[in-house]
Every structure is written in structure tokens, then in C-alpha cells.
Design a binder for this molecule. Structure first.
Ligand code: ATP
Length: 470
């Protein structure tokens, strides 16, 4: 299964979904760039989330807050003091590792035989467990783990002094909490209501890994849903269901590869009362796509305390003030994108489409959900050396491009071009042939069924729209 990851990484690079950041300079660990197809895919994921969360729910509004905020925000939220991971460094080669990941890896691996089983006590105390583990790179001894804060620091203004320190946000959520009062005052929001935000987040991860699964710059889609304290668990459960539905129904992920994993008591973050992860079965194992947490009134309470602003909500009915509790579904665009690629990737032995012998016999098919697919339609003139045909195909491209993200492709045999478009999940191929010039109709090929239909050009937009909605 590891093999599947390298195939996906190679396809992502070869076809322009994802590149290593600053590649010509040797790259930079934990950062990636999204190419022409990657950016479309990302935008479609974000749009699907925004439509589901903001547009379809009258009590939820959107926000776009700044990445750098007053550093007091991070003091209040607890990130300056507690947003850290345990880091273990090798005494010999000085490579650094995330200590809890090392313990997890060793727990699951055959290497355990050399070290003996971990006791329950060791598993609860990472420092103890680490004593049994040698450096995975050079076999050297590891130093006792120390806490490493994950926030990236920068300086505001011309002088790099302590007082000018600021942080790149490690989550978008705090931008929502500090705007909570602005939203309530300007939108006349009534509990229960939500504020949603999509944006970049930065974490100086000790060991970025698994391609875009764990990076140092990524994008989050977060909702903070404010409820009456006594209704917290009811809404928590509702949101777990809603979010799971979104992955299956809106994104079309395979439900067999999704699971809900409740957090153990000792796993809960400092602010949350209950938390579950929605996980996807990646080729490298189960990994979190989304965390859904009951953050209680922790954040509003802290910001009220640190800022001095009154953040209480006034209940018109009971005439009482209170701090709402918060249910937070928080997911990562990059991880969802990776899950979609893994889920959609198929290889068809012998190929589905006849081509000349020179073409490899395994055909890649990226069966992405129609709504999420980066390119919806490819327009193909049957041959490229007939000017009338090429002109007609370009006219059809012009007709379709204001409705769908399209591409025009005239290079190579028609079979090769079908393969090329299947490989990146293009949903429909529209071919113009000699009959098109006479009858004004085209062949529409469906990526998944490979069925071909003859459609009049004047009906093309409507028909493709209908098919994409299905
Ligand atoms: P993990 O345990 O995997 O480090 P987390 O529990 O710290 O993740 P949250 O703080 O709950 O993650 O962040 C919400 C979401 O943001 C995650 O579910 C994930 O989709 C995304 N995310 C978090 N860290 C990263 C990262 N380093 N790279 C990519 N996406 C991330």
C-alpha cells in the first residue's frame, strides 16, 4: 500500500497538482505548492465546505480574519504556554523527532522485539518509553524529550526585539473568537449561531511527513458554533453526524475508509470537554481529517479575562447574561485533498481506452467526485490538421468556458487524449468530428462509464450542467 502513496505523489507532480515548494533550490521541508490542477481542486473543496456550512444554514456567517494578530491573543488562548509537542533529539546525529510519534511507530513495528514490550506505565509517560527507543536514523541514544512550541515567530516593525514578537496563527479559530463580539453586534446573531472561516495556518511541526498530510503551512476550514451551555452535548453529536455526512455525500469519499475515533481522556486538549476525530484510511494508515471538539466556554472566558471586554451573550427571553459554549468542527483542506486523491486513484490493467501500442498498458483513472474534479470538460477536435474542425472545436471551447472549467486539447491520438484526461479526473470529453461540421452535434464521453452520446451543440451547456449536478 505504501506504493500507492508514491504513485499518487508522482502523478501529483507529473500532472501539476502538487509541487515541492522552492524545488529549484532543493525544496524546503514541510512546504508544498499547488499547481494548476491542485489549486482548482483546493478551491472546489473549499467551495463545497463553504456552501454546506455557510450558504445552506441561515444561522452561520463567514469571516476572514488576519493571520497575524495581537500576541496577547495567543497568551489568552493558551498557545504560548501549552501549544507544544514532545521533541526527542539523537545524541549522536542530532536529528530531531516527535517523541510521541516515535513511540507510536515502535509500538506498531517489529522493532519492538529488540526493545521488549512497552509497559502501560511507559505508554502513559513518553519520557519513560523513549528510554527504550534508539534513533531510527543512526541507532544512537536519544535525549529525554522536551516540549517544543509549534508556533512560528516573527517581528513587527523594523526592530527585531522581544516586544515586537508576533506569531503566525497555528489555527484560524482564535480569529473567530476575537471577532465574536463584532459579529454578534453587527449581525444580531441569536444563539445557537456559527462563524466559519477558511484560511492558512502555520505550525512548526517537528517532523512533517506523509506528503501533504503533515506540513508546516496548511489551510484550515473551521466553524465555531455557539450554543447554550446546557445544549452542548446535543449539538456536539449533531455536528459529528453532519460532518460525517458531508464527507460521504458531498465529497463522495468511501464510507468504508472513514471512521469516527473518540479521543481518550488523556488525549483531550486543555480546552475541550469532548472530542472526536474523523479519520480516513490513508495508504500509510488511519489519519485525522477533522477534529470535532466541545471547547466549552474556555476561549471566550480567556479572552474576556485577558482583554477586559465583556463577551457575555444576553438572552432576550430569560433576560440573563451568559458565555456560550462552543462546538468546533475543524478540518484541513490539504488532508481532505490527499484523501480525495487516494480514494479516486485507480489503475486499469490493459487500459480502458484503445491506443497505439507505444502507450503504457496500465491506465490511470482518477475517479474524483464530479463536483470536486478540477477540470469538468475537455474539448477535442478529432484531428488537428483540419482547420475547419479545429475552428469549430475552439468555438465550442469558448461556448463552454464561461460555464465550466474546461481545457482544449488537440495533441496526440484521440485515445491518448482520453487517457490523459482520465488520469486527472476530467469528467466529460467533448469530441468534434466531421459530422459536427454538418450536423452541429458532438460526442460527449462520460469518464466513469465511457458511454458516448451524440448531443446537439445548442443543448450542450444545459445537458452538461444536468449531468454534473447528478
Ligand atoms: P494532529 O494530531 O494530526 O497533529 P491536530 O489534532 O493537532 O492534528 P487540529 O489542531 O485539530 O489538529 O487541527 C484541525 C485540522 O487541521 C486537522 O484535523 C487537520 O486536518 C489540519 N491540520 C492540523 N495540523 C496539520 C498539519 N501539520 N498539516 C496539515 N493539516 C493539518
Amino acid at each position: 500500500m505504501k506504493d500507492l502513496m508514491s504513485k499518487i505523489i508522482s502523478l501529483a507532480k507529473r500532472r501539476g497538482f502538487i509541487f515541492q515548494s522552492s524545488e529549484i533550490y532543493g525544496g524546503i521541508r514541510g512546504f508544498y505548492d499547488f499547481g494548476p490542477l491542485g489549486v482548482e481542486l483546493k478551491n472546489n473543496i473549499k467551495k463545497a465546505w463553504w456552501e454546506n456550512i455557510v450558504w445552506q444554514r441561515k444561522e452561520i456567517v463567514g469571516l476572514d480574519s488576519s493571520i497575524i494578530m495581537n500576541p496577547k491573543v495567543w497568551k489568552a488562548s493558551g498557545h504560548i504556554d501549552t501549544f507544544a509537542d514532545p521533541l526527542a533529539e539523537c545524541k549522536k546525529c542530532h536529528k530531531r523527532f516527535r517523541a510521541d510519534h516515535l513511540v507510536e511507530d515502535f509500538k506498531d513495528s517489529a522493532k519492538l522485539d529488540e526493545h521488549g514490550e512497552f509497559t502501560k506505565e511507559e505508554l502513559e509517560d513518553i519520557a519513560k518509553a523513549i528510554e527504550k527507543i534508539k534513533c531510527p536514523e543512526c541507532g544512537g541514544e536519544l535525549m529525554p524529550p522536551r516540549q517544543f512550541n509549534l508556533m512560528f515567530k516573527t517581528f513587527i516593525g523594523p526592530v527585531e526585539e522581544k516586544g515586537a514578537t508576533a506569531y503566525l496563527r497555528p489555527e484560524t479559530a482564535q480569529g473567530i473568537f476575537v471577532n465574536y463580539k463584532n459579529i454578534v453586534d453587527t449581525q444580531r446573531s441569536k444563539v445557537p449561531f456559527g462563524i466559519a472561516q477558511i484560511g492558512k495556518a502555520f505550525r512548526n511541526e517537528i517532523t512533517p511527513r506523509n506528503f501533504i498530510f503533515r506540513t508546516r503551512e496548511f489551510e484550515q476550514m473551521e466553524l465555531e458554533y455557539f450554543v447554550k451551555p446546557e445544549n452542548d452535548q446535543k449539538f456536539f453529536k449533531t455536528w459529528v453526524k453532519e460532518r460525517m455526512n458531508w464527507y460521504v455525500k458531498d465529497l463522495g469519499l468511501d464510507p468504508k475508509k472513514l471512521r469516527i475515533r473518540p479521543h481518550e481522556k488523556d488525549e483531550l486538549s486543555h480546552y475541550s470537554k469532548s472530542c472526536v476525530d474523523i479519520e480516513y484510511q490513508f495508504p500509510f494508515g488511519w489519519g485525522e481529517l477533522e477534529g470535532i471538539a466541545n471547547r466549552t466556554d474556555f476561549d471566550l472566558k480567556q479572552h474576556q479575562k485577558f482583554s477586559g471586554a465583556d463577551l457575555r451573550y444576553f438572552d432576550e427571553k430569560t433576560k440573563k447574561y451568559y458565555l456560550p459554549y462552543v462546538i468546533e468542527p475543524s478540518c484541513g483542506v490539504d488532508r481532505i485533498l490527499l484523501a480525495l486523491l487516494c480514494d479516486a486513484y485507480q489503475e486499469v490493467e490493459g487500459g480502458r481506452t484503445k491506443t497505439t501500442k507505444s502507450v503504457k498498458e496500465v491506465e490511470i483513472l482518477l475517479k474524483l467526485n464530479k463536483k470536486i474534479a478540477p477540470i469538468k470538460v475537455t474539448i477535442l477536435p478529432l484531428v488537428k490538421n483540419k482547420p475547419k474542425l479545429v475552428k469549430k472545436a475552439k468555438e465550442i471551447y469558448d461556448l463552454l468556458k464561461s460555464h465550466f472549467n474546461c481545457q482544449y486539447d488537440e495533441v496526440g491520438s484521440i485515445g491518448r487524449r482520453y487517457r490523459r484526461s482520465d488520469e486527472v479526473g476530467v469528467v466529460f470529453a467533448v469530441t468534434c468530428d466531421f459530422e459536427t461540421l454538418e450536423q452541429n452535434d458532438v460526442t460527449v464521453r462520460d469518464r466513469d462509464t465511457m458511454e458516448q452520446e451524440r448531443i446537439k451543440v445548442e443543448n450542450l451547456v444545459e445537458l452538461l450542467k444536468q449531468k454534473l449536478e447528478k
